[in-house]
Design a protein around this ligand. Structure first.
Ligand SMILES: [Zn+2]
Length: 312
């Protein structure tokens, strides 16, 4: 299972005990606590320090370092405690301080996904959590029941409608992602929404009142007409763009003839272990004269495939 230690957002270092985290005094106590660590965001972008004109690993700050950027529009989220029992706060600063903050702290606000490779695996949970929550708040300002503007509650983990009292919780979208194998080959596909040259294993959103196994069978059949006879759960990964939970599976195919659904896929094919090794390599693999490459090491797709390659 070591392959799954190397993927982003999966090292849960936060103690998220809500009994402590959402207590009324948590924020005030944390701001006075010298060991409290604050991760900086602005308009759901993450702050990355810059050294020699290059962004480096994001770091957390003490309240003293950042209090000049705190006004009434500061949006605090109480993330919890880290593994050394230090309170972890997320702070989304007022956009009017963005440039001032970048200048004084010598850094740059970046989209998390575009700089994911800069985040240490052990710290990715904090920045992924902020990315998911701040994006959710930005896009869910109004009550789905009555249309009124809602208020933030529970230090960022809930919104409440002041008109009808409906509570709104941050959404998490479950996605099945499956390594499909048959006769020692693995199924890869290319969605029309993928970046140029990328091939990966199949994935799809679950539907309401559907089991994980059924979602896996449905998605594989919808996209390729391949029937699945057995599904095994392998691992999972939070994927905070915007807020998915990737459920990693190994699916065993009954048949091998592929009929792609062109609304979903541009291409799908079976690859041997040697071909998959090339696909994951730095040099990539060639399909129909075009250089293609596989999923990145930070993603569960890469870990599922690598794990299969190692388990002959
Ligand atoms: Zn309402």
């Amino acid at each position: 299972m070591s392959k799954f230690n190397e993927i982003s957002f999966s090292k849960n270092i936060l103690n998220r005990d809500a009994n402590i985290r959402i207590s009324p005094s948590f924020l005030q106590d944390a701001l006075k606590n010298p060991v409290t660590k604050i991760a900086l965001f602005c308009d759901d972008f993450v702050f990355f320090p810059v050294q020699n004109d290059k962004i480096t690993n994001p770091t957390t700050y003490k309240y003293e370092d950042i209090k000049g950027f705190v006004n009434d529009n500061a949006f605090w989220i109480a993330a919890g405690f880290n593994d050394a029992n230090a309170p972890i706060l997320l702070l989304n600063i007022d956009a009017k301080y963005k440039e001032d903050c970048e200048q004084k702290l010598n850094g740059s606000f970046q989209i998390l996904r575009s700089a994911l490779w800069q985040i240490k695996i052990t710290e990715s949970e904090i920045y992924g959590l902020g990315n998911s929550l701040y994006s959710w708040h930005k896009n869910h300002q109004f009550c789905a029941k009555c249309g009124s503007k809602t208020d933030v509650a529970d230090f960022g983990f809930k919104r409440i409608c002041p008109n009808c009292n409906t509570e709104h919780f941050p959404r998490v979208d479950p996605v099945v992602i499956m390594l499909v194998t048959k006769d020692d080959k693995c199924l890869f596909g290319r969605s029309k929404f993928f970046p140029p040259g990328l091939y990966s294993i199949l994935a799809g959103f679950m539907e309401p009142c559907e089991t994980i196994e059924q979602a896996c069978k449905r998605e594989v059949f919808e996209e390729t007409s391949i029937e699945i006879e057995k599904v095994e759960y392998i691992a999972n990964q939070p994927w905070p763009f915007a807020s998915q939970l990737m459920i990693g599976l190994h699916a065993f195919a009954k048949n091998s003839e592929i009929k792609i659904n062109e609304d979903e896929l541009e291409d799908a094919l079976w690859l041997s272990r040697d071909e998959v090794r090339q696909l994951l390599s730095k040099d990539g693999f060639e399909i129909n004269g075009t250089k293609v490459f596989g999923p990145r090491p930070s993603a569960i797709a890469h870990a599922l495939v690598s794990d299969w390659l190692d388990n002959i």
